[in-house]
Design a protein around this ligand. Structure first.
Ligand code: MRU
Length: 348
């Protein structure tokens, strides 16, 4: 257990263990992983999800593969590592943290090619531990900047799950809420259910209930009604990838929430570690949007409620244009009304 009593990923007996987020909240259990391919399967099948958590899992996937193949000769080891990185990179397309983390591991492999596989495996595992520890630290920093933006007594709406479960700990959007609560503010959370995978109903609601932070669950089509009745003071969401101009990709439905927020003059904040900003992409139009299986829309797990043969669309993310974003909450501070120029300054 970590500081929030939720340790999304943990290293135990030379294995990676990850909470199985597909079965929460009815069951709480860990699945153990020992290869890059199995971690890639865990990412694809949503055992682990949420951009920073996916990045951490992928980093451990690279380390696990190195440990597994450390007795190979150098050539076979390096070619296996390159296959392992490719398999991890193909596991999900939208969250940039996956690419960020695997690239970070790949540059260690490239820079340390003179080392024996056994030595490289040790360094790669250390780097995966570093990525995990840095993530918690960064979430805490975003939390303290973001907490300043929320007033005492605020009702804060969030979409999807950008909590401890979506990160190595503390969370991004929920980290802001946790930090505000820790600073003594009374904050009530409104959790969008987040169809079709129900990250809000299953994960955000569970995290908040665990900690005794008041949380009210609504279905996604209720947020406009609540906003129009003055029941939402601020919105804080996470993100999977922010383009160089400040356009924000996040869980499908976030765009609708942002448009409604603008209509009702409610601040719309995005908690965004720098590792989630992709300056190689100039606008949100270039962010790849994952399409997930039809079965997630026609039902949930074993229960299917839509007519067989119906056509289905299931884009898992949407893009909120920068003009609808009140501020990006980063570990370097809050960027109000984000633009390319302001985002570039964060990287100096
Ligand atoms: O499909 P998911 O559950 O991986 O989507 C997660 C989200 O959209 C989160 O809001 C985002 O990754 C930010 S998590 C800190």
């Amino acid at each position: 257990m970590n500081e929030n009593n939720i340790e999304t990923l943990r290293w135990s007996n030379d294995h990676l263990e990850m909470i199985d987020q597909r079965i929460l909240p009815s069951e709480f259990s860990y699945i153990s992983y020992s290869s890059a391919k199995s971690v890639a399967d865990g990412i694809r099948s949503m055992v682990v999800r949420g951009a920073p958590a996916i990045g951490c899992a992928a980093a451990y996937g690279v380390a696990l593969e190195a440990i597994k193949t450390q007795s190979f000769n150098k050539l076979d080891f390096l070619s296996g590592m390159s296959d392992a990185c490719r398999i991890l990179l193909e596991s999900r397309p939208t969250a940039i943290n996956l690419f960020w983390a695997v690239n970070r591991m790949q540059s260690i492999i490239k820079d340390s090619q003179n080392l024996a596989p056994r030595e490289l495996a040790i360094i790669l595992l250390e780097e995966a531990h570093n990525i995990k520890a840095e993530d918690i630290k960064i979430n805490r920093m975003m939390g303290s900047f973001g907490a300043e933006l929320l007033s005492d007594g605020a009702n804060v709406l969030t979409h999807c799950n950008a909590g401890a479960l979506a990160t190595a700990g503390h969370g991004t959007a929920l980290g802001v809420i946790r930090s505000a609560v820790e600073s003594g503010k009374n904050i009530s959370v409104i959790a969008d259910e987040t169809r079709p995978f129900l990250q809000g109903a299953r994960l955000t609601a569970w995290e908040m209930v665990q900690e005794g932070i008041p949380v009210t669950l609504i279905s996604d089509n209720m947020s406009g009604h609540l906003m129009s009745h003055g029941e939402v003071d601020a919105i804080v969401v996470g993100t999977d990838r922010v383009a160089g101009n400040g356009d924000v990709a996040n869980k499908i439905g976030t765009y609708m929430v942002a448009v409604l927020a603008k209509r009702h003059n409610i601040p719309f904040y995005v908690a965004c570690p720098l590792s989630t900003i992709d300056r190689s992409i100039s606008s949100g139009a270039d962010i790849p949007i994952e399409e997930r299986p039809n079965s997630e829309v026609t039902g949930y797990q074993d229960m299917q409620w839509a007519a067989k043969g119906v056509l289905v669309r299931n884009p898992a993310f949407d893009v909120t244009p920068a003009e609808l974003v009140t501020g990006l909450i980063t570990e370097k501070g809050v960027v109000l009304s984000p633009t390319k120029e302001k985002i570039d300054l964060l990287f100096i």
